[in-house]
Structure formats: C-alpha cells, structure tokens
Design a protein around this ligand. Structure first.
Ligand SMILES: NC(=O)C1=CN([C@@H]2O[C@H](COP(=O)(O)OP(=O)(O)OC[C@H]3O[C@@H](n4cnc5c(N)ncnc54)[C@H](O)[C@@H]3O)[C@@H](O)[C@H]2O)C=CC1
Ligand SMILES: O=C(CO)COP(=O)(O)O
Length: 341
C-alpha cells in the first residue's frame, strides 16, 4: 500500500459523508461515491450534503465520483458505508472492479438480511484474500460532522491494517482505537440497534428512568451471552463497539433506532415511524437476524426477541413490557456473569 493511500468511501448518506469529510480533512486523498448522481453533483457544487448533513461544510479536497469503477480505480482502501441490506450487492458490484491488493473496510452495522451472516463473512466470501476491517463504535454522524469529541474502534484480523486505518481516521477530536476482534466489534454495533428500540419504546411509554437503566443492563447481558456463544471476546463487548454504542444509542435522541422505539411506544405505526425518520433504521432487519442467531445457539434473549415481536406486530409495546416484567424471578447471574437469563 502507498505511503499516502487513496481512500474510496462508498455511500453518501449521513455516516459515509461524515467519514469521507473527516478523512479528507486529515489530508487523505478521498473520493466519495453515492448512488444518487444528482445528489452527488449538488454536493460537489454546494459543498453541502443538503439531505443528510446540511450543517456540515464539506472540505474542498473531497472528491465526488458518481461512477463506481472510477471511484474505486487505484484505491488502496475501499470503505463501504451503505445500509446492511445493500451490503452484499455492493460487494458483488465491487468484485470485478478491485485490484488484488485493495483493502476493504466497512462502517455498516448489521447482518445479511435473511441469513444472519456477519458482514465480515460476506467480505471473506465475495472479496477473499484481502485486508478487511470494520470501523465501529459510538459515533453519531451529526456530532462527528460538527467536530465534537468522539471515539471509535477499528478491528481487523490484520492488525497492521487496523492500526493503519485507525491512524488515517484519527484526528484531534476523533480518537480511533484498534483491535483484532472483528466478530465482537460487529456484533456489538449490530445488536445495540435492536436494544435501542427497547429503551425507546419504554421511554415512549414514559416508563421512567429505572426502566431504561434496567433495559440497558439486561440488554448488555443479552449482548454478552450471544457474543460469547459466537466467539466474541468480552472486552470487545464491554468496549466502544459494545457497551459504548449501546449506551449512546439507548439514550441519545439522535439515534434513529431509539427514535423508532419512541414512536412505537407512543402508538405510532412502524411504517409511519420509519417514514418520519427518513433514514436507514437498521433494527427493522437486524432484529430478525439477532433472533435467528440466538435460536441457532439455543439462547433466550427476551429483550431482543420482544423487540422483534413488536416490530412484527405480534405483540403491542404494552404486551411486550408486560411479558418482560412477568418473567420468572431468578438470580441476576444464575450461571456466572454469562449464564442464561
Ligand atoms: N448515521 C450514523 O450516525 C451512523 C451510521 N452507521 C451505519 O452506517 C450505515 C449507513 O447509515 P447512514 O449513512 O447513517 O444512513 P443514511 O440513511 O443517512 O444514508 C443511507 C445512504 O445509503 C444509500 N443507499 C441506500 N440503499 C442503497 C443501495 N442499495 N446501494 C447504495 N447505496 C444505498 C442512500 O442513498 C444513502 O445515501 C448503517 O449501517 C448505519 O447503521 C454507523 C455509525 C454511525
Ligand atoms: O450507530 C450509530 C451511532 O453509533 C447511529 O445510530 P442510529 O443508526 O440508531 O442512528
């Protein structure tokens, strides 16, 4: 890889735009690709992403490329920031376009819809033999774009690549840590979106701060149990990508997943809530995949499966809360910290 690598960021929504702007400000040669050609042209002209990040002035050095082959040509690193439902198709499009040494990174949070496969599994299958890293952690795009202090983490099996990508993103108000637990980092980022719906529902129903804290803590227990069953490391789940992002998304009203829960808790229908939010709400698909993985591993995750049931209209938010509260009484940790709930 060149000393001064070229970065292609794919996905010009809130997070792709914020990350591309950050990298360009750091002096990294950065091209931003998005599927909406007209929106990209408007961004190039106005140096604003009017729809997703209207308050951010985009750096003059950021380049915009509406053609995918041109966006990734000669790129050393391709950073994918499209929603999880578009991730597999994006990899298929990239496969014939990339040179053998191009490294892949992604900041998408979720699984492959319908299979529960992790995004790193898709990357290994569709673009094998390359350095691959996930960028994750508690980071609302709006706050990063505003230059507010944030901390994220970059995980890769290739530790040198994780460190290198973290260094490219690291900035005075943006701390980028690194690690080598890709599965753990991905699981935390995906699962917190589902748990944020639960705290949103409780807050939308005005159930109080005790309920919120209880849900966050028992939600963390669910994340740990599923994560450990899948082979994640506990320190990853207790770090930025797990606990950090769980706290942010369960408490911060900038979270679209929390806002979905708030709306459901106030009696607004799912379709209408998603329409009002107007951006990707990953939990709508991720809830199914978390339940699928839990079932495969024989785990009972009552909060995550309650969210899935509410999203499918199988129970109302009121019934969901009643079911959680009516579960049998038991020790907090029946089989040690990571025992079954
Ligand atoms: N917004 C945030 O604060 C953060 C978002 N993320 C994750 O980043 C990913 C992207 O989210 P956002 O940028 O926030 O979403 P967004 O809703 O702001 O933008 C989504 C973007 O994806 C594009 N898109 C949708 N379908 C596509 C397809 N089939 N092919 C190509 N592009 C497509 C849209 O045109 C839009 O530009 C999600 O997985 C999200 O969980 C992660 C950390 C922070
Ligand atoms: O992942 C995020 C912050 O880390 C963004 O959360 P939402 O997708 O819920 O807005």
């Amino acid at each position: 890889m060149r000393d001064q690598p070229i970065l292609a960021v794919l996905g010009a929504g809130s997070w792709g735009t914020a990350l591309a702007a950050l990298a360009a400000r750091n002096g990294v040669t950065t091209r931003l690709w998005g599927r909406d050609r007209a929106a990209l042209a408007a961004m190039a002209q106005s140096r604003r992403n009017q729809r997703y990040l209207p308050d951010l002035e985009l750096p003059a050095a950021l380049a915009y490329e509406p053609e995918l082959p041109a966006a990734v040509r000669d790129a050393d690193i391709v950073l994918i920031v499209v929603p999880s439902h578009a991730f597999a198709a994006m990899l298929d499009e990239l496969a014939p376009l990339l040179g053998p040494d191009t490294a892949i990174a992604w900041a998408t949070k979720g699984f492959e819809p319908g299979t529960g496969r992790f995004l790193h599994e898709l990357v290994a299958q569709k673009l094998p033999g390359r350095a691959a890293a996930v960028v994750t952690g508690p980071s609302f795009a709006r706050e990063v774009a505003a230059g507010l202090p944030s901390a994220v983490t970059v995980h890769s099996d290739d530790e040198a690549f994780a460190k290198m990508l973290a260094a490219l993103l690291h900035a005075p108000n943006f701390r980028a840590y690194s690690g080598n637990d890709v599965l753990g980092a991905e699981l935390g980022g995906a699962m917190k979106n589902v748990l944020a719906v639960a705290t949103g529902v409780a807050d939308g129903m005005q159930l109080g701060l005790n309920a919120r804290a209880g849900l966050i803590t028992r939600g963390m227990n669910e994340m740990l149990r599923l994560g450990l069953a899948l082979g994640a490391r506990p320190e990853t789940l207790m770090g930025l990508s797990g606990l950090g992002d769980l706290v942010l998304t369960c408490t911060g009203d900038l979270s679209r997943n929390r806002r979905l829960g708030l709306a459901l808790g106030q009696g607004i229908a799912l379709d209408e809530a998603v329409r009002q939010i107007g951006q990707v709400v990953e939990s709508v698909v991720t809830a199914d995949e978390v339940s699928r993985l839990a079932e495969q591993h024989g785990l009972d995750l009552p909060i995550a499966s309650g969210v899935r049931a509410v999203l499918h209209g199988e129970v109302t938010p009121v019934e969901g809360v009643r079911m959680l509260m009516a579960r049998e009484q038991k020790p907090e940790y029946p089989q040690g910290l990571f025992g079954n709930a």
